[in-house]
Design a protein around this ligand. Structure first.
Ligand SMILES: Nc1nc2c(c(=O)[nH]1)N[C@H]1C(S)=C(S)[C@@H](COP(=O)(O)O)O[C@H]1N2
Ligand SMILES: [Mo]
Length: 458
């Protein structure tokens, strides 16, 4: 690429008004203390010795001349008796992984109670988000609801819409035929700060309102059939949560008829976490997170959309002419490189595995192209299996860094043929004042000193 572009300002630097300088440094050092720093320590000896970078370039570190005490000396754990089984009954990550945490954005948390925490995408592997690291978004705080008292009501908007309105206990729901499916959930506001070119420092803050789990539950259609819902007149369903936010969203019956909308109690092999809606939540694959109603207590069948507050005035798109789109639901195809990403530090020039996540609310990811020269050239990344519909897909691609500043990007397309847009393309339609549904191509600037920064290419 033409590195002059970086200096001449064709590439906009991340503005620093989102966080104080201190804030940015804190976040960057949090990221550094993470896995990348582990790499740095592990390879430090190798990198110091002559010819090491050439060896690293082949992915083959050479031992230092003096001998590495970490291989020459037997560690304590090879000589002594280890600990007995964990006594707390529920395992925790290694103490060396303590930096891998959900984090609250210093710029977004204005109230006494935080309402968003972001998943540490840059520290995760594969496609599943560990339940304790799943992002959180609460409109009115979370609750640990007593499952023995929780009820789900299924009723109609008018007499006849549902023949026998029903109230289900959790036990009754758990007796029904269950399915387990992997799906991503993304808040419609994910990457929202970047519409206005506010470049938050890490992938956690730019893309971390995104998670992926194996959900277990009962297809909503099963409950509707049990209650005798009129599936011809009933074109829409209202889903309502039991928390104080009065979270209510309209779901089209067509999606429910496909069998993919679930009433879920399971997440990654155990019950849902309280933060994620324990004991029941709605799973609406491909649709923005707000429709995945937590603490689900009521399903109403009706013949028209409900236009509730959380769909008529929130989670819709502000267009450049000042008008809103009436309704938006599907999360369009998107991707992000998670390593290298903002706040991480590369060790040295040489070989790296570029890795990231791609997803589409419309189906399967078909292809992910990666550029390591600011969008001039693109190569297809390897899509790791499984590649599932409306689910995160992991991609990997080889890269040999020559030690010069460069820009790394990923561009996903899905099986409908849709291609993830550039910022230029997104802004041409959406302007810069939107909050929601930003699926533009993310750019990470790798600087000469190895530090990676969030930038936007104008
Ligand atoms: N009952 C209820 N459901 C809710 C919300 C809420 O505040 N209350 N937040 C919604 C929003 S905006 C999102 S993005 C997702 C977040 O789900 P999570 O907290 O499990 O990540 O839940 C949705 N469902
Ligand atoms: Mo959301």
């Amino acid at each position: 690429m033409n590195h002059e572009n970086i200096r001449s300002g064709a590439i906009q630097k991340a503005p620093e008004n989102f966080l104080s300088r201190d804030g940015i440094q804190t976040v960057a050092s949090e990221a550094r203390q993470g896995r990348r720093d582990f790499m740095r320590t592990a390879f430090a000896a190798a990198a110091a010795s002559a010819g090491a970078s050439a060896a690293l370039a082949q992915g083959n570190p050479v031992p230092s001349a003096g001998g590495d005490p970490n291989i020459l000396n037997l560690p304590e754990h090879s000589k002594g008796l280890g600990q007995g089984v964990a006594t707390d009954g529920y395992g925790k990550p290694s103490r060396f992984e303590a930096n891998v945490q959900r984090r609250q954005s210093p710029g977004l948390t204005q109230t006494t109670q935080s309402s968003v925490s972001f998943a540490p995408l840059q520290s995760l592997f594969g496609i599943v988000t560990p339940s304790g690291l799943h992002f959180e978004r609460h409109h009115q705080g979370w609750w640990d609801v007593d499952p023995s008292k929780h009820r789900l009501m299924v009723n109609g908007s008018e007499p006849g819409m549902v023949k026998t309105p029903k109230v289900f206990t959790l036990d009754e729901i758990m007796r029904l035929p269950a399915v387990s499916r992997f799906h991503f959930i993304e808040c419609g506001a994910n990457t929202g700060m970047e519409w206005g070119n506010v470049a938050v420092p890490t992938a956690q803050y730019s893309h971390g309102m995104l998670s992926c789990s194996e959900f277990t539950g009962v297809p909503l259609i099963t409950l509707l059939e049990m209650a005798g819902a009129d599936l011809k007149r009933g074109k829409f369903v209202l889903a309502e949560g039991a928390d104080g936010s009065s979270m209510t969203r309209t779901i089209p019956m067509s999606q429910i008829l496909s069998g993919e909308v679930l009433i879920a109690y399971g997440q990654n092999g155990e019950m849902l976490r309280p933060e994620n809606g324990y004991p029941l939540r709605l799973i609406v694959p491909g649709v923005q997170g707000v429709s995945w109603v937590k603490y689900l207590r009521r399903i109403e069948v009706g013949d028209q959309p409900y236009a509730t507050k959380d769909e008529a005035i929130h989670y819709i798109d502000l267009m450049p002419d000042g008008l809103h789109r009436q309704y938006t639901s599907i999360q369009e195809c998107k991707s992000v490189v998670t390593t290298p990403s903002g706040g991480q530090v590369l060790l040295d020039k040489g070989f790296y595995n570029i890795t990231g996540l791609a997803w589409s609310g419309r189906g399967k990811v078909k292809k992910v192209d990666v550029s390591v020269d600011g969008g001039r050239n693109w190569r297809s990344a390897r899509l790791e299996t499984p590649v599932l519909s409306k689910c995160l897909t992991r991609f990997n691609i080889d890269w040999v860094w020559d030690g010069k500043p460069t820009i790394i990007q990923s561009r996903a397309s899905d099986d409908t043929g849709y291609v993830q847009p550039s910022y230029k393309q997104s802004r041409a339609v959406r302007g810069t004042r939107s909050i929601y549904h930003n699926n533009s191509i993310q750019s990470w600037l790798v600087q000469e000193n190895g530090e990676v920064k969030n930038v936007q290419i104008s």
